[in-house]
Design a protein around this ligand. Structure first.
Ligand code: H2B
Length: 96
């Protein structure tokens, strides 16, 4: 993973391909609804393993069955390919 900032054109492609995500130059945002706390926390736990593997960590919060996520690459100051990888991974785990 190169951790390169996405161009405006690439960001536009991401917003088309991942309509559930709010795409901005400084971050990708999405709210997941799981219905209860155990489901939400199980999702966060599954994601956490990948965060360590990829050395990439979301800004997120949890209230009962809701998980709010913001993905950005702090040491690049914006959205990189790694944030898109994390977003795709989260989609897979949320529906999985
Ligand atoms: N996560 C995110 N989202 N952005 C980063 O720049 C980042 C990270 N940097 N996780 C990593 C950890 C860095 O602090 C370590 C030292 O590699």
């Amino acid at each position: 993973m190169k951790r390169e900032l996405l161009t405006a054109e690439q960001l536009l492609a991401v917003s088309r391909e991942m309509p559930e995500w709010v795409v901005a130059t400084d971050g990708l945002e999405r709210t997941f609804e799981f219905g209860d706390f155990i489901k939400a926390f199980s999702f966060m736990s599954a994601v956490a393993t990948h965060c360590e593997r990829l050395d990439h960590h979301p800004e997120w919060s949890n209230v009962y069955g809701t998980v709010r996520v913001r993905l950005t690459t702090h040491d690049r100051g914006g959205v990189t390919d790694l944030d898109v990888t994390m977003a795709e991974l989260m989609e897979g785990l949320a529906h999985g």
